[in-house]
Write a protein that binds this ligand. Structure first.
Ligand SMILES: Nc1ncnc2c1ncn2[C@@H]1O[C@H](COP(=O)(O)OP(=O)(O)OP(=O)(O)O)[C@@H](O)[C@H]1O
Length: 229
């Protein structure tokens, strides 16, 4: 079931203070199934805090977040963590692959944590690695692959559970522009073909260009660029 208006994830009037810092000050957000939305804005404006609230990682001080019509605040911790494990995928800027595991084991990890048997999990993982053009790296460890290759492995891992929303926080922030563009191409292509929505935090216009819509966050307040004349 989706929220009214066909939105998959809707946030209203989010506020979050860290001591004297107002990280979110009435931020709003909405995303439809399969849509790619870029969250832009200057450093420290509240982009990552917004993403963490939407993903149920950080609890806002006030405001509401509805995922598929369900209020995140009314869920128990275990319901929220089940949501993060099975309905959401995550890609971050750095250090997200487990160094001791091979790349295919890394991609298979979310399935293993959900109870899928190893062989089946690794078969599914390899399918996603093919789509991200990194299946030849299956047996390598993260320390043996390049930054761009590692991010493609991380993208494969974010999609392996067939999530309905992928949260990507500066996924190309540590890459050169050519590798960054390729990661964005593959991430958006793979997400669109799986009908997964993508919440993409970035401060780079060329990365945001891969989105369907942009939201700008300034001083903890968000503005949907489509509504700006
Ligand atoms: N865990 C925390 N503890 C204290 N202050 C925090 C915490 N997380 C964020 N902040 C503060 O909240 C404000 C918003 O931070 P946030 O990381 O959301 O911004 P951002 O737009 O993602 O920045 P950047 O583009 O630099 O990553 C900043 O002033 C930051 O210092």
């Amino acid at each position: 079931m989706n929220a009214p208006g066909g939105s998959l994830l809707v946030a209203e009037d989010l506020r979050k203070e860290y001591g004297p810092t107002m990280a979110l000050d009435g931020a709003e957000f909405s995303i439809h199934p399969g849509e790619v939305v870029a969250v832009m804005g200057p450093s420290g404006s509240g982009k990552s805090t917004l993403l963490h609230c939407l993903a149920g990682i950080v609890t806002p001080d006030s405001g509401s977040i509805l995922y598929a019509g369900q209020d995140l605040a009314k869920m128990s911790d275990s319901e929220r963590s089940r949501l993060r494990r099975s309905e959401f995928g995550f890609v971050f800027q750095f250090g997200q692959l487990v160094p001791e595991l091979t790349c295919v084991e890394n991609v298979a990890l979310p399935l293993r944590l959900n109870g899928t048997a190893r062989k089946q999990a690794e078969r599914t993982a390899l399918g996603w690695m093919e789509r991200l053009e990194v299946d030849d790296l299956a047996k390598k460890r993260p320390g043996e692959v390049s930054g761009g290759q590692g991010q493609r492995v991380a993208v494969a891992r974010s999609l392996v559970t067939n999530p309905r929303v992928v949260f990507a926080d500066e996924p190309t922030g540590a890459l050169d522009s050519l590798n960054g563009e390729r990661v964005m191409e593959l991430l958006t292509e793979a997400a669109r073909s799986a009908n997964a929505a993508v919440v993409l935090v970035t401060h780079e216009a060329r990365v945001a260009a891969y989105s369907d819509r942009e939201i700008v966050v300034r001083d903890g307040k968000s503005r949907d660029m489509e509504r700006v004349v």
